[in-house]
Design a protein around this ligand. Structure first.
Ligand SMILES: Nc1ncnc2c1ncn2[C@@H]1O[C@H](COP(=O)(O)OP(=O)(O)OP(=O)(O)O)[C@@H](O)[C@H]1O
Ligand SMILES: [Mg+2]
Ligand SMILES: [Zn+2]
Length: 361
């Protein structure tokens, strides 16, 4: 693979965006009605499509053959944006250009009309990193933007963006990509790449991507580099140090049977086989949380319908029915403490072993 997957599969049309339906729909309507705003703020988790949609909007605004709000992808302006060489799309990373001088330079740039398109679009990534002075300078520009300019600010941390800025822009809240959508996207990619991988493999990756499609695609990339055209479940576990749901379920089984001896053997085997104990603990805590919720009412299993296959659903329901809520809570309490202690320990396994002994002895 010459290009990394997440770059290769960056959406080039609105119809290729996964999730973020509310954002895409509103932008498409604005383009249709010629009601595009002069300032946008894209807020949301990492790898959820902020930069991708900012570029798509820029492309649509400057496309020479716009069709139903979709950029054509082949005119001069579209090509330049796709190849990162459009002078009318200025992308600034506020993490490394945080100061007043950077914003002053930007203001000088704004004075010039677009070089050859309708709009000059400024994307300021990680905008929360700007200094106070830089924000003030930016505010003046947002108050009276020249008619040919459009600002798209992007951030993962809205708390750090001053209210004065927020009130000048139209805000879009991006959502984490759901596990189901991540799996769907990975499935499309492996089909195009001619790679074989089971549902379980894609499920492990999707679950561990924590809502970031970029992270999911990078993980897939890493595993493909290792395994080639056929990915086995054990490859995902060894390359990424991830723990499959089967392993977590096995560990839980031992815990709820209060089988201390085999629980400790399980942990030692796990480590000896090169798995990451921290990952196991994280997944176990997530699993226990689900059990606790299901314990409240078995119908609540429907909250996790995207994460479990029918088979897994049956297993977790069975496990939850034979364990009492107080013991579940005890496990959860001790595991959360262990997770915290692990961060400061040279021996990550020990806090987990202690927690297991505390709960099962
Ligand atoms: N909603 C999405 N639809 C389709 N692909 C996506 C989406 N979100 C992320 N991706 C994939 O992940 C890659 C990174 O996405 P993008 O750069 O748009 O994320 P971001 O929200 O700007 O993240 P960051 O906060 O880290 O800058 C894209 O190139 C694409 O492959
Ligand atoms: Mg981005
Ligand atoms: Zn075009």
């Amino acid at each position: 693979m010459s290009t990394v997957l997440y770059r290769k599969y960056r959406p080039q049309k609105f119809s290729q965006v996964i999730g973020q339906v509310h954002v895409v729909q509103t932008l498409i309507n604005a383009l249709k009605e010629n009601m595009v705003s002069h300032g946008y703020l894209f807020f949301g988790p990492r790898g959820s499509g902020k930069t991708s949609i900012a570029r798509l909007l820029a492309k649509s605004l400057n496309c020479l053959n716009l069709k139903l709000s979709e950029p054509c992808g082949s005119c001069e302006n579209c090509c330049e944006i796709q190849e990162n060489r459009s002078v009318d799309l200025v992308e600034i990373d506020a993490a490394s250009n945080r100061g007043i001088d950077d914003i002053r330079a930007l203001k000088e740039d704004i004075k010039f009309a677009p070089f050859k398109s309708n709009y000059k679009i400024f994307v300021i990534d990680e905008v929360h990193q700007l200094t106070k002075d830089a924000f003030n300078a930016l505010l003046k520009t947002l108050e009276e933007p020249p008619s040919h300019t459009i600002f798209i600010l992007a951030t993962t941390d809205i708390e750090k963006v001053p209210a004065t800025i927020l009130s000048r822009v139209q805000r879009f809240d991006f959502k984490k990509i759901t596990i189901k959508d991540i799996k769907f996207s990975l499935k499309e990619i492996i089909k195009k790449e001619g790679v074989q991988a089971s549902e379980e493999v894609l499920g492990i990756i999707a679950l561990n991507a924590s809502g970031s499609l970029r992270d999911a695609q990078s993980m897939l990339n890493q595993v493909i580099s290792f395994s080639g055209k056929t990915i086995k479940e054990s490859d995902v576990e060894s390359v990424l140090g991830l723990v499959s749901s089967v392993m977590v379920s096995r560990f839980i089984e031992l815990l709820i049977k209060k089988d201390l001896k085999n629980s400790l053997i399980f942990l030692t085997d796990l480590e000896n086989n090169g798995h990451d104990v921290e990952n196991l603990l994280k997944s176990t805590i997530e699993y226990l949380r689900k059990m606790l919720i299901i314990k409240v009412d078995f119908d609540l299993v429907s909250l996790f319908k995207e994460e479990f296959s029918d088979e897994e659903k049956k297993i977790i329901l069975g496990q939850t029915s034979i364990v009492d809520a107080i013991f579940l809570k005890k496990l959860m309490d001790n595991f959360l403490i262990a997770q915290n202690q692990m961060k400061y320990s040279d021996f990550p396994k020990i806090p987990l072993e202690l927690a297991v002994i505390e709960c099962l002895m």
